[in-house]
Write a protein that binds this ligand. Structure first.
Ligand code: TYC
Length: 105
């Protein structure tokens, strides 16, 4: 025979349930500097994959060039992983060693 839950007491006061869900972690997508990838190519990557205009893309590219790395955007895990894949594939298609990585924030 199926077991039954006890019925809730009539007029019972129900405490609000504590939210058990944490917001999903976010990831920074970063470009790393190298000595070979042309600056113009990095600017195109930032425009094409990260929705930047030419001026924003140039600022980020120069930061990476001078400081070694720079943030392109912050995304949920799947979106960040897709950006890393797409940028890597595009760089390789064009024979550039450009590295794109993700880091939990
Ligand atoms: N350092 C490269 C050069 O002088 C430019 C560059 C910038 C490369 C950013 C990669 O993520 C990068 N041509």
């Amino acid at each position: 025979m199926a077991t039954q839950k006890p019925a809730r007491e009539a007029n019972a006061v129900l405490e609000p349930q504590r939210a058990k869900v944490k917001p999903p972690p976010l990831y920074q997508v970063l470009l790393l500097n190298d000595d070979f990838t042309p600056m113009d190519f990095v600017v195109v990557v930032l425009q094409q994959f990260f929705g930047m205009n030419r001026e924003q893309a140039t600022v980020v590219m120069l930061k990476v060039h001078r400081e070694g790395k720079g943030v392109c955007g912050i995304f949920p895990r799947d979106v960040a992983a897709t950006k890393v894949e797409q940028v890597g594939a595009f760089a390789r298609q064009n024979q550039h060693p450009l590295a794109c990585v993700m880091e939990e924030t």
